[in-house]
Design a protein around this ligand. Structure first.
Ligand SMILES: Nc1nc2c(ncn2[C@@H]2O[C@H](COP(=O)(O)OP(=O)(O)OP(=O)(O)O)[C@@H](O)[C@H]2O)c(=O)[nH]1
Ligand SMILES: [Zn+2]
Length: 415
């Protein structure tokens, strides 16, 4: 339902040649440049190139293989067995990977008769290495067997989406913002459906009530007010996503159902997102069927990652389930010598003893600590006095909101 009129032209997305680079900087393959690959990345990759590898970005992860954007366009690739298969180490959407060639025989063995149709070609690509991530959105799992699942990698910007037509939900927003910070990305709150919101929400910022509320629950976090319906705020948002660095930013959308994430993604991505079906490699050799676009280069610059897993991240639980999920550690901790034991260096620590004798996997303790940090952050935010202040604030905000809606209803839908 994109209704924006002007689509800022972007040389990076239309130029068939390599993206412009600083003098002396290595050339960047155009397809990769559109997906965020920079001259600095290329320079760092040089030794791997010399070893015959080439860079690619993971668009989608299927069970046994990946869909990649390579310098020759989209490709399916197998994953080398040397890469650990756990949900943290193995490639996920947004990862940059080093790709080598599998022999036809290996490919054929792995994929059977599907080889020619899958467009793998005579020597299909093989993901040999996941390059170091600069950020990772992780879904923590309560499962004892894993420490979490990486849902998206190398994300720069997390758009925490909320609709102005719904009451502000402080705890949820805080959790999503915390999650964004935790991932290594930068959160940006996007308030949608400004066309339906009370007067006072402008491109420059939300009305004073929301503004005060957001400033206290997400200090230092930018806020954008948009409407995909009438296009307001969209150009500013596009600029934000494009960023100022050559590769543009990689952005994800998070937030509950119905706040307008799909609508926003469509407005940002234009027709690109709707490209469903056969995609032909730029060399004309391979034919690929793209079921769903989950890593989308934006016409105005930057890359959008939009996967169902990422969208819903952080919407379950509230961080206080940590102790339930790690009940055995809580039990052990009850027998530590010191009641305020942090299980780090304290003498008589039952938790460390259990790690020592192998009954508690160290990984599990690390995971517990990570989640505890997150939930401690939440608790700080929920400090009693602050919470009371905030409650009063929300009451004012909601009252004001109701009043504005009521006025609007009375005076018709005009401003
Ligand atoms: N008036 C108005 N309606 C909007 C706007 N953005 C989204 N909507 C409507 O809000 C409803 C929900 O939007 P979606 O984009 O499907 O929301 P979503 O967050 O993607 O929801 P899920 O797909 O369930 O995650 C749809 O009916 C949209 O048409 C907006 O800016 N203005
Ligand atoms: Zn202890």
């Amino acid at each position: 339902m994109s209704s924006h009129r002007s689509e800022p032209s972007s040389p990076a997305s239309t130029s068939p040649s390599a993206a412009p680079a600083r003098p002396g900087a290595p050339e960047i393959p155009a397809t990769l440049g559109r997906h965020g690959w920079t001259a600095a990345d290329e320079a760092a990759f040089a030794p791997r190139r010399q070893a015959g590898l080439s860079p690619a970005r993971v668009v989608r992860r299927d069970r046994g293989r990946c869909e990649l954007i390579t310098e020759h366009g989209p490709r399916f690739a197998e994953i080398d067995r040397a890469i650990p298969a756990d949900p943290v180490s193995s490639p996920c959407t947004g990862d940059w990977v080093a790709v080598g060639s599998a022999t036809l025989l290996e490919t054929a063995t792995a994929l059977g008769a599907a080889v020619p149709d899958a467009g793998i070609g005579p020597a299909g690509p093989m993901v040999m290495e996941v390059l170091p991530r600069r950020s990772a959105l992780v879904r923590s799992t309560a499962s004892r067997r894993s420490t979490g699942q990486v849902l998206a990698a190398n994300v720069d910007l997390v758009l925490v989406v909320a609709a102005l037509t719904e009451p502000l939900r402080p705890a949820r927003l805080e959790r999503l913002v915390a999650l964004a910070w935790e991932s290594g990305a930068i959160p940006l709150i996007v308030l949608t459906k400004a066309d339906l919101a009370p007067a006072g929400h402008t491109t420059a910022g939300p009305d004073p009530f929301w503004h005060t509320a957001l400033a206290s629950l997400a200090p230092g976090v930018g806020v954008r007010t948009v409407s995909a319906q009438d296009g307001r705020g969209m150009d500013e948002l596009r600029d934000e996503l494009a960023g100022s660095s050559p590769g543009g930013r990689t952005t994800v959308l998070v937030g509950p159902s119905g706040v307008g994430k799909s609508t926003l993604a469509n407005a940002l991505a234009g027709a690109d997102r709707l490209a469903v079906g056969a995609v032909r490699g730029s060399d004309g050799k391979g034919r690929h069927t793209t079921v769903r676009r989950e890593l989308i280069p934006l016409p105005s610059g930057g890359v959008l990652i939009d996967t169902p897993g990422v969208r819903g991240i952080g919407l379950w639980g509230s961080g206080d389930g940590v102790d339930t999920a790690f009940a055995e550690i809580v039990d052990l901790a009850a027998t530590c010598r010191f009641t305020d034991c942090e299980h780090r260096t304290e003498p008589g620590c039952a938790v460390l003893a259990a790690v020592e004798d192998g009954t508690l996997p160290e990984r599990r303790l690390a995971s517990y600590r990570k989640l505890q940090r997150e939930s401690r952050w939440m608790r700080t935010r929920e400090d009693a006095r602050l919470a009371a202040d905030q409650r009063a604030q929300w009451k004012r905000v909601h009252k004001e909101q109701r009043q504005l809606y009521a006025d609007r209803e009375r005076h018709g839908r005009h401003r």
